[in-house]
Design a protein around this ligand. Structure first.
Ligand SMILES: [Zn+2]
Length: 433
C-alpha cells in the first residue's frame, strides 16, 4: 500500500482555517481561508498523487497504469471519494441519469462535460444539514397560504392560479414541481421585491407568531438570504425542498434527478466520476431550468410512494461488528467504515479488499494498518514501519490517506481507530443453480 497526497479545494463555501477538517486533513500550514473539499481519486480536475518514495510522487492514474496488480481493469477509478467541510450552502442541484447525461453531453458539452451519471452518497462526520427531495404538498400549501410574498412569486413566475389553489386540496406532488419551476422562472426583480418584504424583521416575527410550524423554514430563509442575497434559491430551499439533519454515521444516497443541497457540516462523499450538475439556485452559475424541471418531474413520477414520504437514507449493513458497509444500488462505489472496537483482538480487526478494484482509505482517527497479514505486536511496529514503495505496515494520523491494492486484506488497530474506505461496489452475487 502507498500513502496518497490529495488536493484540497478552496471553494468559497468551505469552512475556514482551523474549523475545517479538510484544512486539517490536507496537512501543511492552516491559513485563515476556506477549505471545502479533499479529493481522493483519479479525477482529471484533481488527481491524487502516490508517494512512491519520501520525495517522489506519481499521479495516481499513471501509477495504476504501471501497477495492474492494484487494479487490473482500468487505470481510472470508477469513483471519486471526498471529504467535505461545509461552512455555507452549496448550490441546489440534481444529477442526470445515464441516458440523460449522454444526451446532454452530446448537445451541450460546455455545460455537461462528460457522458456519465453522478449518483452520490454522503455520510455525516459531524452533524450535517442538507436539503434533499421535495416538501409535501400540505407543507407547501401552508407556506403559500401564509406567505403572500411566495404566492406572488409563484403567480409572477407563471404558475396558474387554479394550480396554486389546488395545493390546498393536497394530492398531486407535481404541484410542488410546478411551484419550483415558477420560482426559477420568475424575474429577478420580482424575487428581490418579494424577499425584501419577507425579510423585514417585523414581517418575519409576525409570520412566525401566526404559524409556529413555519419557524424553522423562516429561519432557514433568513440564513440563505444572508449567504445568497435575493437568489431564487432562497425561496426554493426554504419552502419547497425537504430539510434533513444527519447525525454522524448517517448517510443519504442521492440517485438521479433527486434535488439536493448541502447546507452545513462535515461529511465523506463518494460518487461516480462525473461533473454533470444541473443547478437550480443558490449559485451565480448557469441554471438550466427546463432540464431541471424535466428531471424533477421524473423524480416525482419514479416514486411509487409520495415523494414527500420517500426516504433517501442509506442504512449500512454490518457484516462484522467493526464494519459498516454503505452500498447504494450503483456499480461504481460503496463506502466501508472500519471502527476499531475497545476490545480489539491481537493483530487488529480486518477488512477483505475488493476482488478487482483498488480502494482508497482515509483515517479520521489515528490507527495502524497492516496489508496482507495481522499487525505485529505494538513494540515491533515503529521499527518495522516503512514509508517507501510497497510498504505493508503504516501508522496513519487523522487525515492520512492510503491506496490499497485489489484483493488483499488489511488489519487495523489503535484506540478509537476510524478508517473510511471507498471502493467499487461488490460484484453481484453469483446466481444459485
Ligand atoms: Zn450533488
Amino acid at each position: 500500500m502507498f500513502r496518497l497526497s490529495c488536493e484540497a479545494k478552496q471553494y468559497a463555501w468551505g469552512k475556514v482555517g482551523q474549523a475545517s477538517i479538510v484544512a486539517k486533513f490536507s496537512g501543511g500550514s492552516i491559513r485563515e481561508e476556506p477549505f471545502a473539499e479533499l479529493w481522493m481519486g483519479t479525477h482529471p480536475s484533481g488527481p491524487s498523487e502516490v508517494v512512491v518514495r519520501s520525495n517522489e510522487k506519481v499521479k495516481l492514474p499513471e501509477f495504476l497504469r504501471a501497477h495492474p496488480d492494484f487494479q487490473a481493469s482500468s487505470p481510472e477509478l470508477p469513483f471519486l471519494f471526498k471529504v467535505l467541510s461545509i461552512g455555507m450552502a452549496l448550490s441546489i442541484q440534481s444529477h442526470p441519469d445515464l441516458t440523460r447525461a449522454r444526451a446532454l453531453h452530446s448537445t451541450d458539452p460546455k455545460h455537461y462535460p462528460d457522458p456519465n451519471h453522478k449518483p452520490e452518497l454522503c455520510c455525516a462526520l459531524s452533524e450535517l444539514e442538507c436539503l434533499c427531495g421535495l416538501r409535501s404538498v400540505a407543507e407547501v400549501a401552508t407556506f403559500v397560504a401564509q406567505v403572500d410574498e411566495l404566492r406572488d412569486v409563484l403567480l409572477a413566475g407563471g404558475m396558474p392560479r387554479p394550480d396554486i389553489d389546488a395545493l390546498r386540496e393536497g394530492g398531486d406532488p407535481m404541484l410542488v414541481v410546478r411551484a419550483i419551476e415558477a420560482t426559477l422562472r420568475c424575474r429577478p426583480a420580482t424575487i428581490k421585491d418579494a424577499l425584501e418584504r419577507l425579510m423585514a424583521p417585523a414581517r418575519l416575527a409576525a409570520l412566525a407568531a401566526r404559524e409556529p410550524s413555519m419557524d424553522a423554514a423562516l429561519r432557514l430563509a433568513g440564513r440563505l438570504q444572508g449567504q445568497f442575497p435575493f437568489d431564487c434559491g432562497v425561496l426554493v430551499g426554504a419552502f419547497l425542498l425537504r430539510y434533513h439533519r444527519l447525525a454522524p454515521g448517517e448517510a443519504l444516497f442521492l440517485g438521479p434527478n433527486v434535488p439536493h443541497a448541502y447546507l452545513a457540516g462535515d461529511c465523506v462523499e463518494i460518487m461516480a466520476t462525473s461533473d454533470n450538475v444541473v443547478r437550480a439556485g443558490l449559485t451565480p452559475k448557469f441554471k438550466d431550468v427546463a432540464v431541471l424541471c424535466e428531471m424533477l418531474a421524473e423524480h416525482v413520477a419514479a416514486s411509487p410512494v409520495d415523494p414527500a414520504a420517500r426516504s433517501f437514507h442509506c442504512d449500512p449493513s454490518c457484516p462484522a461488528p467493526h464494519l459498516s458497509v454503505y452500498a447504494p444500488p450503483v456499480p461504481e462505489f460503496q463506502l466501508v467504515r472500519l471502527r476499531v472496537p475497545a476490545d480489539c483482538p491481537q493483530g487488529g480487526v480486518s477488512w477483505c479488499g475488493h476482488p478487482t478494484s483498488a480502494a482508497i482509505a482515509i483515517a479520521t482517527q489515528p490507527c495502524w494498518v497492516s496489508l496482507g497479514r495481522p499487525l505485529p505486536p505494538a513494540f515491533e511496529r515503529i521499527e518495522r514501519e516503512n514509508n517507501a514503495a510497497g510498504c505493508d505496515l503504516l501508522q496513519l494520523g487523522a487525515g492520512s490517506v492510503v491506496l490499497l491494492p485489489a484483493n488483499r486484506a488489511i488489519w487495523v488497530d489503535g484506540p478509537n481507530g476510524d478508517l473510511w474506505i471507498g471502493t467499487a461496489a461488490a460484484a453481484p452475487a453469483l446466481a444459485h443453480k
